[in-house]
Design a protein around this ligand. Structure first.
Ligand code: ACM
Length: 626
């Protein structure tokens, strides 16, 4: 009997290890079609990467691929334009006959034991095929320079193309400045998940970040604020004679380099200059541009909204002269067909008492404040058009009348986007309810301080195309990372990943393939890669979600998890729970004397979350969850 049991245990062991070895790589975003086969293609330092001359374009595929392979595997690949020997090789090919089903960004990737072949209509497809190939390649646990790894890539046939042409992430570099190298690292990470638009929020009340040679005060004054650390919106305003030492800006040479760096990774940079509101850094540099004309400092993260005049004055001609200089240089720096002009949350209170605004309204027959902003925005659209650019604005640009050719970025929900699409305008959907990466992603008492809530599953549920709207008008969607509470690249990564993975899948993969359990399982494979690549991310989706409910007039505690298949254990006795503690199965009574609950998620007896800890008095202040 013992012998039988032993061989059964041995068999189980063999089966399990065999199973884990054959567990397939978890690709994100999920490709349109994946068919696994048996066997492997082995890449080592002898493998040739064949990129024929016909695939040459502006995007430097071989340079980017060389860098990616050195970074991930620790050796420089042999790249040639024709196979030099009969050894197995990895081929990148532009198809002779265009395959319409792949579009401009799609690709087909075939891995068999003899060769790997990536074929596409355009360079972008080859680049995305390379990203998928890298995701298929197991990363070594330790990169030891000088010892070449042998990489076994499972045989597979993948046909893949994106659902939307606009797959964006926005980084706010005004509230906290992210230097030129940080921005490149952020772009690298976007490329891993096939994002193709980097929306660069370059100006706001807390800093101006782009060198405009004809307006030197922007970077002499507007790029700098007094240093403050801690909770944003609680900071003291600048003291008398206090030096503004925090901040920075990008030189035009740096911007050109980042634009090229992004283009090599098939990412377009959409620059944003936020006007006429959110303009305090611009006004600090040139005070004559506001209605009051007062000399305000750049805001360091203290409360000011409503009391300081952070809006450009549409009644002053000098505003348009300055903006013309800004947009002339921006149009030259950024090849993107669009410029984003913000337009959100404009404080118009100072316009009401401005003689210049009143005179303009009389002259132009403008009836209200929204119409005044609309008049300003339409004039800016013409200015951009004269420089060969199209205009994008946040959904406030609908108020008072939408400019004739504007594209709307819908952020206060989907309604602005729906309204714009009904008028035949293009729309990018980025509603706070699904796309704001600056919000909490787990329990507020156990996360870096911010506000509101956007869980991973809220992002995954996002559907960018509303019912009864022409889908061709919805260019796609975008995640926005505002950085009031985000001061470092590591924290920016924590806020972006994995919610950015969920968004990548929403924007790239066919809607019919959406599958939450499948996504979260593939996400764990990606976490292992991010660990090895040294990229930060959040595991908050594994945390127990603790709330209070009322059951027959009695307050009880309810616990859920976002990810399925976890077991939660909890404590009320001030100690840290583990698997020997009570197991949560149904709403629990609060024991006498308890002042705090702690809980942890386990899977197969392994801890998979942090310990969540909540003061019960704080919990009682939150809305009941039933
Ligand atoms: C925004 O979040 N104010 C566009």
């Amino acid at each position: 009997m013992l012998k039988v049991l032993c061989s059964f245990a041995l068999l189980t062991l063999i089966f399990n290890s065999g199973f884990s070895q054959t567990k397939k790589p978890g690709i994100i975003p999920q490709p349109a079609s994946v068919t696994w086969s048996d066997g492997f293609f082995t890449i080592d330092h002898n493998t040739e990467f064949v990129i024929p001359d016909t695939t040459k374009g502006t995007s430097n595929l071989s340079g980017v691929m060389h860098e990616a392979i050195v970074k991930t595997f620790g050796f420089g690949p042999k790249i040639s334009s024709r196979p030099r020997s009969s050894t197995p090789a990895v081929y990148f090919l532009i198809s002779d006959v265009r395959d319409e089903s792949l579009g401009n960004e799609g690709y087909q990737l075939v891995v068999n034991p003899q060769k790997i072949r990536i074929i596409a209509n355009e360079q972008a497809g080859l680049f995305y095929g390379l990203q998928t190939l890298l995701q298929l390649s197991p990363l070594p646990d330790n990169l030891v320079i000088g010892i070449d790894p042998v990489i076994n890539i499972p045989a597979v046939t993948i046909t893949d193309y994106p659902r939307f042409p606009w797959r964006g992430l926005m980084l706010d570099v005004s509230r906290h400045f992210f230097n030129f190298n940080d921005v490149k690292r952020y772009i690298d990470q976007m490329a891993l998940y096939k994002f193709n638009v980097f929306h660069w929020h370059l100006s706001d009340d807390q800093g101006w970040r782009v060198e405009i040679k004809s307006l030197p005060n922007l970077t002499k004054t507007g790029a700098w604020r007094v240093p403050r650390t801690g909770l944003w919106w609680t900071f003291d305003p600048p003291k008398e004679n206090e030096q503004a030492t925090e901040g920075g800006f990008y030189t035009q040479d740096q911007i050109r380099e980042v634009v090229k760096y992004a283009a090599d990774r098939h990412i377009t940079i959409l620059p944003e200059i936020d006007i006429p509101g959110h303009s305090l850094a611009l006004i600090a540099s040139y005070p004559e541009l506001s209605s009051t004309g007062k000399p305000y400092p750049v805001n360091p993260g203290s409360k000011f909204y409503g009391s300081s005049d952070n809006s450009l004055c549409p009644g002053k001609e000098v505003v348009f002269e300055v903006l013309d200089k800004v947009f002339t240089e921006m149009a030259d720096l950024f090849p993107c067909e669009y410029i984003h002009i913000g337009g959100d949350e404009c404080n118009k209170s100072f316009w009401k008492t401005s003689p210049e605004c009143q005179a303009l309204m009389k002259r132009e027959n403008i009836t209200g404040m929204n119409e005044l902003q609309s008049w300003f925005t339409k004039r800016i659209e013409k200015m951009l058009k004269s420089k060969g650019k199209k205009m994008i604005g946040w959904d406030e640009i609908l108020e008072g009348g939408l400019a004739p050719e504007a594209t709307v970025m819908s952020w206060r929900g989907m309604d602005g986007g729906i309204e714009a699409a009904k008028m035949g305008h293009h729309v990018i959907m980025t509603p706070t309810s699904n796309c704001y990466l600056d919000l909490y992603q787990g329990d507020p008492a156990n996360e870096p301080a911010t506000y509101s809530m956007l869980r991973l599953s809220d992002v995954y549920k996002f559907e960018p195309v509303p019912a009864n709207i022409n889908p061709a008008l919805i260019l796609g969607g975008q995640g926005n990372l505002w950085t009031e509470s985000v001061a470092t690249l590591s924290h920016a990564q924590y806020m972006t990943w994995p919610r950015g993975m969920a968004l990548a899948e929403v924007l790239w993969s066919p809607a019919s393939l959406k599958n939450w359990d499948g996504f979260t399982s593939r996400m764990e494979y990606q976490f292992d890669r991010l660990d090895k690549l040294g990229i930060n991310y959040s595991r908050s989706a594994f945390d127990p979600i603790i709330s209070m409910i009322e059951d027959n007039g009695k307050k009880k505690i309810s616990i859920k998890t976002e990810i399925n298949g976890l077991q939660v254990f909890y404590s009320f006795d001030e100690s840290f729970p583990d698997r020997t503690y009570p197991f949560y199965s149904k709403p629990i009574d609060i024991p006498n004397g308890a002042s705090r609950i702690r809980a942890i998620s386990l899977r197969n007896n392994k801890k998979v979350s942090k310990v969540i800890s909540i003061d019960l008095k704080e919990l009682a202040k939150r809305p009941l969850s039933n």
